[in-house]
Design a protein around this ligand. Structure first.
Ligand SMILES: [Zn+2]
Length: 478
């Protein structure tokens, strides 16, 4: 029961106190809840081989319903028993604004007990870190988002539009990508103005000290090509110069020596402009020099020695697999290599296939496109890296404000995802998509997909507070 305060007095007190309220740190209850959810998610195995995203989705659905969400607003849906996806809706006031969709994946990359120091599917707190598969990629943010939804609901907070949370299957691999499946089967359930993807973005730190907050605003296109040569073969005691293995080996040698051209786009240009201000010495000078027209070629070469910058400045194509021959004493009849390309926005896979053929410059070499299921095609299907959509002020300004509060003046830098995330599906469906999250990871401690994956305990609780504040900043009238 509440104390009987007259309504007018309550309102007066509220108005008087409002400006004096500090940005509250996460209260103990929110921290406890977030930690419990995080532990629960880590300990539900969601790998493609033996795990189930349905179990994780149902556990999160139960949390939301127990906290008072209507059953109509919390759904677990999927193509089969093991690949469930959660879709939850926090109702906003009935304004004209379309919902915001926030996505995260529930599945994790395989992890073997013998490769790890601790059990990857046990949530362990040790030396200021939480350990377990998914502590970086990305159950950490799934837990944060579920906590934010529960917290806002318990406060009776009404955003100025609906917020939709989709936690999904098979981002890391597998045949049942949840975002793709939801777009194809339940488009109405996740219809939104734009998408926040918590799988990318984040706070870059060096020894725990924040350097910048990334917002992912563009993504490279993934494409595999099979590079092959055939030959009638014969007895290896009677070799001839024309050899399938040599053809492929020479083609790959030419690829190694032929980088794709340097190119900037709106997002990578903004990235290097802002990043240059944080660097010193040669690196800062080089970052400025590549922004000039024409760009300084020596600066491009120096920066490209760093794999991360190289991938932002160029389309990359790299040999990843090879197989050839059928017997130690026979001339090879077939040699195959897989070349994996990450294509800059604005270019198509078909264009890159032609580029590869030109670089190989060998009529004996055949370049074919390979799809995600491993099917091989002579002609590359229509596939283009979408042009970058820089984040609009409505997304960037609140992000800069909250990042400023939490990480004290550290700049927000639009960035291009050089890997691939589920944003590829939402962007293709016409939904502008931005990678945003508040987890700080040291530049040299990226352990996603690796052994002893971990996140700082303090970084987790900052992340809990970040998404709660950011979602409110996006959906309350300023
Ligand atoms: Zn991920």
């Amino acid at each position: 029961m509440k104390a009987p305060i007259p309504r007018w007095l309550g309102i007066l007190l509220f108005v008087l106190l409002l400006p004096a309220l500090p940005a509250a740190p996460p209260d103990e209850a929110a921290k406890r809840l977030a930690r419990d959810i995080f532990q629960q998610l880590i300990e539900i195995n969601t790998t493609d081989s033996v795990g189930s995203t349905t179990l994780a989705a149902e556990a999160m659905a139960k949390r939301l319903i127990d906290a008072g969400f209507s059953r109509d607003d919390v759904k677990v849906l999927g193509p089969n028993a093991r690949k469930g996806n959660l879709v939850a809706r926090l109702r906003g006031s009935n304004g004209p604004r379309k919902p915001i969709l926030i996505i995260g994946h529930l599945d994790v990359v395989e992890a073997r007990r013998e490769d790890w120091t601790t059990d990857p599917f046990q949530f362990i707190e040790k030396d200021g870190y939480f350990y377990g598969r998914g502590t970086q990629d990305m159950k950490v943010n799934d837990a944060i988002l579920v906590t934010a939804f529960i917290r806002m609901h318990l406060e009776n907070y009404h955003p100025d539009r609906d917020l939709i949370l989709a936690l999904t299957a098979d981002e890391e691999g597998g045949k049942s990508n949840g975002v793709d499946w939801l777009l194809k089967n339940h488009r109405d359930l996740i219809a939104a103005e734009f998408v926040l993807n918590a799988d990318s973005g984040g706070v870059t730190t060096v020894k725990g000290k924040p350097v910048n907050v990334d917002v992912e605003a563009s993504e490279k296109l993934y494409a595999d090509f099979q590079v092959s040569a055939t030959n009638p073969g014969g007895h290896s005691s009677l070799p001839v110069p024309d050899n399938a293995i040599y053809h492929v080996a020479n083609a790959l040698g030419r690829l190694e020596r032929t980088p794709f051209p340097f190119e900037l786009n709106a997002v990578t240009r903004a990235y290097f402009e802002r990043r240059a201000a944080l660097e010193t010495g040669q690196t800062a000078a080089d970052m400025k020099a590549i922004l000039r027209t024409p760009a300084d070629a020596a600066a491009v070469t120096r920066l490209s020695a760093d794999a991360r910058y190289n991938s932002m400045l160029h389309t990359t194509c790299i040999a990843t697999k090879m197989s050839a021959g059928h017997a130690p004493n026979a001339l090879p009849q077939l040699a195959n290599a897989n070349v994996n390309c990450r294509i800059l926005p604005g270019h198509s896979a078909e264009e890159i296939q032609l580029d590869l053929a030109r670089i190989f410059a060998d009529p004996k070499i055949v370049v074919r496109y390979v799809d995600d299921a491993g099917n091989v095609y002579g002609r590359t299907p229509e596939k283009k890296a979408f042009p970058p959509i820089p984040p609009p002020d409505g997304i960037l300004k609140p992000l800069e404000r909250i990042a400023g509060e939490m990480w004290h003046g550290v700049p927000v830098i639009p960035d291009m995802e050089t890997g691939a995330s589920d944003s590829i599906y939402t962007i293709a469906a016409g939904l502008p998509s931005y990678g945003v999250n508040g987890i700080a990871i040291d530049q040299d401690d990226v352990r996603a997909h690796g052994k002893d994956e971990r996140v700082r305990v303090s970084s987790f609780y900052d992340g809990v507070e970040f998404y709660y504040r950011y979602l409110k900043a996006l959906t309350s009238r300023q």
